[in-house]
Write a protein that binds this ligand. Sequence first.
Ligand code: TXA
Ligand code: MG
Length: 508
Amino acid sequence: METRIRQIDKNRIDENIIEEAAEILQNGGLVAFPTETVYGLGADALQEEAARKTYAAKGRPSDNPLIVHIADYEDLRKIAVNIPAETDMLAAHFWPGPLTMIFEKSPAVPYGTTGGLDTVAVRMPVDPVAAALIRAAGGFVSAPSANTSGRPSPTTAEHVAEDLNGKIDMILDGGPVDIGLESTILDMTVSPPMILRPGAITAEMFEEVIGPVDVDQTLLSADSVQAPKAPGMKYRHYAPKARLFIVEGDLREEILAIRQLSYAAHRKGKEVGIIATAETLPFYNHGIVKSTGSRENEKTIAKGLYGVLREFDEENVDTIYSESFAAQGIGKAIMNRLEKAAGHQTIPAADIVRRQKYRRILFVSSTDSARGPVAAELLRNRNLKQEYVIGSAGMVVLFPEPANQKAEAIMKSAGMSLEGHSSRQFDREDIQEDSLVLAVDGTIKEKLISEYGQINNLYTLNEFAEDDTEIPDPYGQPLPAYGECFEVLKKLVQKLADRLDSLAEGEI
Ligand code: TXA
Ligand code: MG
């Protein structure tokens, strides 16, 4: 079948396109359309045969009921009965919007639409294209998310086309959706009402309107043996091609843990995927890193999540690590979808972070122009088991200067370079819990102690490398003195590297 794709501007709706789409629906066909949550795959909710087509196009089990979308509140009474009193208040606050409510169904709704249930899920979307289409099609449009079963819900018309092109009659392309996660589902057939699927409308928001609501307990735990109350929630909705792990801890720990994990994989010649945010993106040096949105506004993360998961399915990665998100507000819905995609596999960030003692290594010399920068560069050239930020600083650096030219000449002859080095003064900020400070000789170490007091993790390089060879100071001497110094540093840095790698024994 040829799928017609029609662009439609939600601010200037072209009635002809809506008419064309509505006619398809009335004739029992399928039209994908934008809603504020995700794209829906529309069919006439009152035609049993149309529901069957919907299941076939999505490849979805037919015991998974569809949501009936309406455009006018009065229409609710035509498809639902025994509507509880709080419904008016909830509708006044949240309809049209990203809320689906479940009621006892009226005889007008075929069992094909409700997956054989005596209840019906109803939603009134706010998207103007959706509302216009629903009205033009007769008022009742069933619509699951417009993805192939087992794929992330579509947040753009392109996503819909990826999954359903050739299988449905039309796609209305109204641009990217606003929210990006499916609606909150609230079961109104129980008292108090119960959240069956978290979404943009949160428990706290309901509470302000109708008092406390319940939450389906199967949503909260990974190992619940009970079936969730929304049949669709029992399916491992979407399983990414790669194994997905959620790294959990405070954000700093999560970043450090993911850095360690991605470095370890990189060292083995593999790149992992990383689900990050605009703020954390710059911290990752390895792996394929994608940002879902900004932590300043969690709504952007909700909006970007499914697109990023789809993108990773196109990448050649077999493992994805995701940062975790605040479990409040829309964060709850984000974590719910992420946990489902991960099959609830989480990694405690602290366990990973604990495995690396030092993250920064700083070589301290007097002017930071020869011995320090040479040692730092030698260490950077080692393929270490763990990743370190390696640098150097000096005790007396009045202004930044490039490396000593003789030191540079020796480095060049060894196939390395100090190009780009700029000397800098040691600073109190350099003393951190995870910094290993290595003085090039005993005098520098003593100076550091006399200026800054006791410093944890301060050693001379030869002390830490467990080799008592002294590092000569070639300053002011001819080239061969720099050569000799280089040879000593090379030997000590090799021992240092071995020592660091042995500390990394419990590596990942
Ligand atoms: O935001 C949304 O809700 C989107 C847009 C298109 O409106 N639709 C959507 O539909 O997410 P779908 O089919 O992908 O998810 C509907 C969920 C399923 O988990 C289904 O089991 C549940 O709603 N559901 C539908 N009718 C139900 C009922 N009568 N009782 C319990 N759960 C029901
Ligand atoms: Mg769905």
